[in-house]
Design a protein around this ligand. Structure first.
Ligand code: SF4
Length: 329
């Protein structure tokens, strides 16, 4: 957590910095709800969601006026866009109204991060699109229905999310897919991306290493070592590039560059991140919030990525150590 004047200073710096190739542009991401209709094995906000079952106070559902103020911050920091995150943002009945406000003040990038279940209702998709949402990030962790439902914690999630993405495609929107890479799914990444490209119109794929937060703390057996995931990840990105002539973008989150040789440009979290994260009673630039939570090895001093690389999560290092990290000359 940081004080607001620190945030202002950091946002000023962001405006002055040029994003490296392969990076997402700066944005404001707001945790607008801590309720969900899934219960993912690795949900990073799973603890807050469980605490808020049956509650409707501002910790569970942030007040409409507060979220409007979050949206205003995009203009203030001249960021590229706004993302509704959670929990499951689509469980807010006022989401279309909030998106309409973002559109009204002229934001060009209005994103919703979702498990995709609600998009199975096409009329709802239409309403959201009409209100101004133009970036749909949908979690789709496996191409195998049973495994997807197991990871998301609710039977039928795969079927609904699949139909949901189809609906968005039919309404003219490509989707951005988020895949959290786990012990359960990483060996199937190549088949997974082929399935996605065959069935959906996709704008980008976000490959995310699981974070040891929330539900994952109780399920550490689902966390795979990065060095094991990395070769599968690199091959999956090569497939995406080959099958789409690089028209579908790939981004890697929570992975260090030394483990993905030749694919470093796809790592999103190198250097300053440019994302302001806001939730009930806190706001933080992601760069600031990472300080103290990420760690590097002594050998990182010899690595050419040392100044830009944030290292690995401390909780990950406690589980797997730091011997995977190999300095790049
Ligand atoms: S600085 Fe360390 S963790 Fe980062 S890429 Fe280099 S060796 Fe890997």
């Amino acid at each position: 957590m940081v004080k607001k004047n620190t945030v202002k200073q950091n946002t000023k710096n962001i405006e002055e910095q040029t994003m490296p190739e392969g990076r997402q542009a700066s944005k404001v991401e707001s945790l607008v709800i801590f309720k969900c209709n899934c219960n993912c094995l690795m949900c990073s906000t799973g603890l807050q969601i469980k605490r808020n079952i049956g509650s409707a106070d501002y910790h569970a559902v942030r007040p409409f006026e507060d979220v409007k103020k979050d949206i205003d911050r995009v203009k203030e920091m001249k960021a590229a866009g706004f993302a509704f995150s959670g929990g499951e943002p689509n469980l807010r009945r006022d989401l279309p109204e909030l998106a309409a406000y973002a559109k009204k003040i002229g934001l060009s990038h209005i994103e919703v991060q979702s498990n995709g279940r609600v998009y199975a209702y096409k009329e709802y998709c239409r309403k959201l699109i009409d209100s101004g949402v133009n970036n749909f990030v949908v979690s789709f962790h496996s191409h195998k229905p049973e495994l997807a439902d197991k990871i998301m914690g609710v039977p039928g999630t795969f079927k609904q999310a699949f139909q949901g993405i189809k609906n968005l495609n039919e309404l003219g929107h490509k989707v951005k897919i988020n895949i959290v890479m786990l012990e359960l799914n990483y060996k199937q990444l190549e088949e997974h991306v082929k399935f996605l490209l065959k069935n959906f119109k996709i704008q980008e794929i976000r490959f995310t290493m699981v974070m040891l937060e929330g539900n994952a703390i109780d399920n550490t057996d689902i966390v795979a070592p990065m060095s094991k995931v990395a070769p599968y990840l690199c091959r999956a990105i090569d497939i995406v590039n080959n099958l789409t002539a690089r028209r579908v973008q790939s981004f890697i989150y929570n992975m260090v560059p030394c483990l993905v040789p030749g694919h470093e440009i796809y790592i999103n979290d190198l250097g300053p991140l440019g994302t302001l994260l806001i939730g009930p009673e806190f706001e933080a630039m992601l760069d600031e919030s990472m300080k103290g939570k990420k760690i590097k090895a002594p050998v990182c001093q010899q690595c050419k990525y040392n100044s830009a690389c944030h290292g690995v999560w401390r909780s990950y290092a406690e589980l797997f150590g730091l011997t995977e990290l190999k300095p790049v000359k």
